[in-house]
Design a protein around this ligand. Structure first.
Ligand code: NAI
Ligand code: ISE
Length: 337
């Protein structure tokens, strides 16, 4: 039984605690913390976990074998570094850290440790539809890929959401997904700015992100975060002699009052429910098997941060911005999930 300490018991922290407590096998949450102590107390009481005052105490707890970080992005670096220093595996929700420099510090600490400990929460790699898309692509069924069209639509976002977050918080999922899908790096990014959606007030929304892959595939991502009608994730790969796209939003079609409709998920917890389950079960199983994770690595977290930085620079400059990655430490040349 893998014993987990969770740092950050907000929205996604509670969702992951629920799956580790009620859905998945071979795992138990034994310790929690949150800067909002009353939330941590309520969650800890519900599942019978020790409630600590700080993340560092959770990491040091001898009843914790591995750590899950679900606190706000700017706090990730300190907990991931502390877990590496303690030699404990750590699953960190995206982003790995909020700057490329912080991601480098994590990559360097893990490389110095000499063994993988870090996995980053890029759950699309575990979604059955994305996995099927990759299988079709890799089998050559649609020929060599030429382009991919993506849409990442959120019903709404909180008032602290700024236009850069459309890239660093939202499209960062596509940034990771296309690196994995096409098995190659992104070499440049540019951002086009369409007419503003009035649902977002002053926020510049939507944005149109264009990624140039190292193999010349072009990816476009519509990022709309005030679309109101629900959470809608789209992806279509155009190949030399065919296309393949993510399927319908819903496993059912509702016909009523002279209309036929697909129910739309409210948010990511609903759309990626099964993907998060698979992501965590595979993480738990890999730790039980070898003590090391095999999913998205600290290097993947670093690469996503560098591409995000280039895309934010492109948003500000209006031009294409190149992506320059550091030399990859040997630790990361193995294939990941
Ligand atoms: P949230 O605001 O609902 O929860 C974050 C929690 O962390 C809050 O309860 C806050 O009090 C706590 N916290 C902040 N600083 C802390 C610290 N230093 N120590 C302990 N607790 C601290 O935010 P949400 O939506 O749960 O997001 C958390 C993280 O998960 C973010 O990095 C976000 O990007 C990521 N996320 C990933 C998703 C995915 O699809 N993979 C979906 C939603 C969030
Ligand atoms: C959120 O943090 C997530 O990670 C969701 O998957 C994404 O769709 C949303 O835009 C982010 O704010």
């Amino acid at each position: 039984m893998l014993r987990i300490g969770v740092i950050g018991t907000g929205m996604i922290g509670q969702d992951h605690i629920r799956r580790m407590t009620h859905v998945l096998a071979g795992v138990r949450v034994t310790a929690v913390t949150d800067v909002n102590a009353s939330v941590a107390e309520a969650v800890g009481a519900r599942i019978g976990a020790t409630v600590h005052a700080t993340g560092e105490e959770v990491i040091a707890d001898s009843s914790v074998d591995a750590v899950v970080v679900c606190s706000w992005g700017p706090t990730h670096e300190q907990y991931v570094l502390a877990a590496i220093a303690a030699g404990k595996p750590v699953f960190c929700e995206k982003p790995l850290a909020t700057t490329a420099e912080a991601c480098v510090r994590i990559v360097e600490a893990e490389a110095a440790h000499g063994r993988r400990l870090v996995q980053v929460g890029y759950m699309r790699r575990y979604d059955s539809a994305y996995r099927e898309l990759k299988k079709i692509l890799d089998a050559g069924d649609i020929g060599a890929p030429l382009m991919m069209h993506c849409a990442h639509r959120n019903a709404s976002v909180p008032s602290h959401y700024e236009k850069e977050m459309a890239i660093t918080d939202t499209a960062v999922h596509e940034i990771d997904m296309v690196r994995w899908m096409f098995g190659t790096e992104i070499k440049a990014a540019r951002v086009l700015v369409p007419r503003k959606n009035r649902n977002g007030g002053e926020l510049q929304d939507p944005l149109f992100l264009i990624l140039e892959m190292a193999n010349e595939v072009l990816v476009d991502v519509e990022i709309s975060v005030n679309i109101r009608y629900g959470y809608d994730i789209r992806g279509e790969i155009v190949g030399e002699h065919g296309t393949a796209s993510l399927g319908s939003l819903s496993p059912v079609r509702v016909r009523t009052s002279l209309r036929a409709a697909d129910p739309v998920p409210a948010d990511w917890r609903e759309r990626f429910l099964a993907a998060y389950d698979v992501e965590f079960q595979e993480w738990i199983d890999s730790l039980a098997r070898t003590g090391a994770p095999v999913g998205p690595s600290a290097w993947d977290g670093y690469a996503a941060a560098v591409v995000s930085d280039a895309a934010v620079a492109a948003l500000h400059s209006g031009s294409a911005e190149n992506v320059e990655l550091a030399e990859q430490p040997k630790l990361y040349s193995e294939v990941t999930a």
